[in-house]
Each structure stands twice: as C-alpha cells, then as structure tokens.
Design a protein around this ligand. Sequence first.
Ligand code: F6R
Length: 369
Amino acid sequence: EKGGYDYFMLKEIAEQPKAVADTLLGRIDAAGSLSLDELRIPDSVLREIDKIVIVACGTAFHAGMIAKYAIEHWTRIACETELASEFRYRDPILDPRTLVIAISQSGETMDTLMALRHAREQGAKVLAICNTNGSTIPRESDAVLYTHAGPEVAVASTKAFLTQLVACYLVALYLGQVRGTKWGDEVRSMIRELSAISTQVEQVLGTMEPVRELARALADKDTVLFLGRHVGFPVALEGALKLKELAYMHAEGFAAGELKHGPIALIEDDLPVVVVVPSPRGRSVLHDKIVSNIQEIRARGARTIVIAEEGDEAVVPYADHLIRVPATPTLLQPLVATVPLQVFACELATARGNEVDQPRNLAKSVTVE
Ligand code: F6R
C-alpha cells in the first residue's frame, strides 16, 4: 500500500507533482483562463465581496497565510487569515459581503467547522477548500473547491498542503479575473506559471539527497530555527511545525524582520537556522534584506541552511548549506520551497528513531474543539 516507500509520508511527498497537476486539471480552459463553475457562487456575488477571511488550523492555516498575500495582491480585496480556534471567540465583523474561506484537508476539523458555522450565522458566504469529498465542512459551506491530492494517510500533511496552496491561488486568480484588476496581465501570466509548477516540484524532489544527508547530520541538535519574509514567513512556520510534530525537536519560525526585535538573542554557535530566500527578481528589496539577515546570524555563529532559487549568487558566501529551488514568481515560491522542509523533517524524524506516519500524541483529524 505504501507503494514501495518505507512510510506513507515519503509516498505522499513523492506524489506531490501529480497532486498539484490534478488540482489544476480541468480548471484552466483552452484560452488560458480559469473556469471554476463548480464554485456555484455567481460572479455577480463575487464582484460584490469586500472582505475575505480565511479560517483554518495547523498546516492548512499556513496555506491560508500564504493565500492572504496572493489574494490581496491580485484582487485588492482586504483579506485576513485567522486560526479557526481563535476566530469566533473575538466576535468577528462579518456580513453578506464577506467571503469566508475554510481550508481543511479532512473536512472534519472541529475548530474549522465551528468557525464556518459562526460565519454563516452572521450571513457571510463560506467557501470550503477541502480534500475529502462529502465531508462535513464542504457539506455545510455555500460552495466548495476540492483539492485533488488523493487520500492523505500520514498524519503530517504534505501533498494536501501543496494542493491547498494551488486551490488558494486559483481562487485568488479567479477573483482577479472576475472582478478585473489592474493586474490583468499578471493574472494571465500566473495561470501559465501555475501550470509549470508540477514539473518544478518534480525537479526539487530529484535533488533532495543532500537535504537528507544534512538532516541526518543534525539528528542530535535540540533546536532548529526557520526564517522567512513575505510568503517565505508561512513557509518557515510550516517547516518548524513539521519538525516539531515529526522530529519532536524545538523548532520555531520567525519573520526575518522580527529577528532584531528579540529572536536574534537565541543565535549561538552552530545553531541550525533555515532561511527561505525570496526571488531576487521582482521584489528585490525583500531579497536584499534577507541576505543581510543571513549575514547577521552567521556573524553570530549560526549554521545557515539557505533555500534560494537557482542563479541567486548573492546568498552563496553566507550559506553553510545551500538548497536550490527552481525560479518561480515570488508569490508561487512556497510550492517549491516547502518541499525540502518536508523531506528534512521526515529524514530527521527517521534518524531520531521516531514513528514518521504516526507521531506521538497526534491524530490525523482533530474532531474535538
Ligand atoms: C500538520 C497537520 C495539521 C493539520 C490540521 C488541520 O502536518 O497535519 O496541522 O493541518 O490539524 O487539519 P485539516 O486540514 O484536516 O483541517
């Protein structure tokens, strides 16, 4: 059943190119536009939306954090992403022009379900992004966009996460397309770029041996830190979450700009710090800032593990370990940058003798609040 892999997690990591391609399948028409008729929310309603709130837990929450950057940029609709377990306890402001997006692999997460029930009671429209046909969350939503990752068995979410991202990008681009924004050309070119992602994920998977070697070398460490900016920040949080749940190590993700406001005090000799570097093309200011963050932590002794796109030479002098990912538009980079972090956590867990598919104290779907 594990298809020759030792763990479901390894199998599911390897299935990601297909999961991503399957989630795009049938949703881009011959003219290169998106057709998401399955949403069943009329375009006239989508044009009136003036606020988007994304609710989710854990890994799905990280997908929602990334979606916020994409939605605000491509649609110019204000978007906030909130942990489902916090959302309804703060009396959120919702009305019929609010679109709430609930992201859930299982479709059964109680916190997310309670959040969407609360949203519907306030009159908001709810769109579910879900991987499980006919599960509770899509049944209780106004509309659903299914991710086509196939069944995810390992407790740690991998392929579901990548397909959640794809679904979020599709929603963001579709809203951009329906409403027409000044980014019309960019929306069209992003649809093309998304079609290339499956192959790029495949490329990343083909270069993971040094990442596994590095993970084994770090098996005795107590702490690993993760840094990122912009969409690299949620990627850092996701890398840290994977390491906690699988390797049972202390792992934390930070927005790199926050370093100087506290976390830099944690840096000590030989502390592994993974840094997700945005593309030097496009938002180059971000890139330059993070390169100086890498310099700062390295000067204080950190062992820098740098994830950067091919051809980015500026990071080379400061990287103790360099993990290359294919060049993508910045907003799409999480689709390739997350993959090495999954492999890293899985290999570290194995090296520490942990049960990869069934981490202690965790269940695949959390049906209690
Ligand atoms: C982490 C993980 C969890 C889930 C979270 C939400 O690897 O799997 O953090 O992402 O429990 O689950 P779903 O997506 O089923 O609502």
